[in-house]
Ligand binder design. Structure first.
Ligand code: NDP
Length: 340
């Protein structure tokens, strides 16, 4: 059995969907209440592969909200992730994806040193960040999206915002080792990590956002922002392909600018319907088929019987592992979302 640990994107949104999640009493409650809420299994379902194989899964709502990080509720955020992992383990789930901010909190606050959660000793081999599949899918969206717009990758300038992160560094490795993409613009805040990445890649130009955006033919957003930001749309190139892989979205609002195409990054579509509720709640366009690529990684690991922490630790994503999970992804009927 596979598990998915997820969370909602804001307090306001969580209040609006509390009823659907099975918590009507949370609808009028503020952040304090969500900070004290325990994790819950809110959905159980089956997924069928195009090979005919059927597996079962559960969705665990951790009750983490990104506001906990900006409002100095870090201890609550840590508790949410550890408690959700303990619940997954107690529920006898073989492999569970740590969706969205769950894996970021795990790494940022070194939670591998907190394996004892009350009477449960966490076995980290039962968890995966899902980031290898996410990075692979984003690279597919870059390649296929560029082809649809008539952009030649070998000539393109590609800006990666969040380049030094787990997903961002995987994307940069793929684009340099596998595709020989044009120019790479590397964006993040910590200069030392940027320089280390530049050394590892033997290429890439370190840029700030304002400098990078007007130069980019393709922009990949994979920064860990608790809230979306606004950008100067007028400064973007025409055409420009934007792949927003953030959860919550890195870009504050949807916009309609001539020549600018935005893809929902890190989202996959399955070939067969899945009878689950949760993807309606997280606002997928086709909830019975679309999902986050990190969740799909847990599904793929369960299909393949690879009950192991396939994606673990920071900045370990290799092109070989992206190819391996990509092959499993295609075999079981998943494809990158390319709806423009
Ligand atoms: P990491 O924490 O590993 O990396 C985050 C990156 O963003 C780092 O390079 C960090 O560098 C950079 N960053 C953070 N804040 C800023 C800022 N203000 N300006 C510029 N750069 C910034 O995160 P992940 O790679 O694990 O995840 C990235 C995003 O992808 C998140 O939004 C996450 O929720 C989402 N995600 C989506 C999935 C999907 O299935 N679609 C799956 C998993 C994650 P620095 O701190 O130096 O600025």
């Amino acid at each position: 059995m596979f598990g998915l640990i997820g969370h909602l994107t804001s307090l306001e949104y969580a209040q609006s969907v509390a009823q659907d999640l099975g918590y009507p009493e949370y609808a009028d409650q503020g952040l304090d209440f969500w900070c004290s809420a325990p994790p819950q299994v809110v959905d159980s379902f089956q997924v069928k592969s195009v090979t005919g194989q059927v597996i079962s899964g559960k969705y665990i709502e951790s009750c983490f909200l990104p506001e906990m990080l900006v409002n100095r509720r870090v201890k609550a955020a840590i508790r949410k992730v550890l408690n959700a992992m303990a619940l997954a383990q107690k529920s006898d789930i073989n492999i569970t994806a740590l969706g969205g901010f769950s894996s970021i909190i795990f790494e940022e606050f070194n939670l591998k040193d907190n394996a004892q959660v009350r009477n449960v000793e966490l076995d980290f081999s039962r968890f995966t960040t899902g980031n290898t599949h996410t990075a692979y899918i984003i690279c597919q969206q870059v390649e296929k999206g560029a082809a649809l717009l008539g952009l030649d990758l070998s000539q393109a300038t590609i800006a990666v915002c969040g380049a030094t992160g787990d997903i961002g560094s995987g994307v940069c490795r793929w684009l340099t080792q596998k595709r020989d993409a044009g120019e790479l613009l590397l964006i993040a805040r910590n200069r030392e990590r940027l320089e280390n990445l530049q050394t590892e890649l033997s290429r890439g130009k370190i840029c700030d956002l304002k400098e990078a955006l007007p130069q980019a033919d393709i922009i990949v957003w994979v920064a860990s922002l608790p809230k979306g930001i606004e950008i100067e749309i007028e400064s973007l190139k025409n055409p420009c392909l934007i792949i927003d892989g953030g959860y919550p979205k890195n870009l504050d609002s949807a916009f309609n600018a001539p020549g600018v195409t935005i893809l929902k990054g890190g989202i996959v579509e399955h070939s067969l319907d899945i009878d689950w509720q949760i993807m309606k709640i997280v606002s997928m366009d086709i909830p019975s088929r679309q999902m986050f690529a990190c969740f799909a990684e847990a599904i793929l690991l369960d299909f393949e019987g690879w009950h192991t922490n396939f994606s673990w630790g920071r900045n370990q994503i290799s092109v070989a592992k992206m190819e391996q999970i990509g092959e499993a992804s295609r075999k079981h009927g998943f494809r990158p979302l390319l709806t423009l």
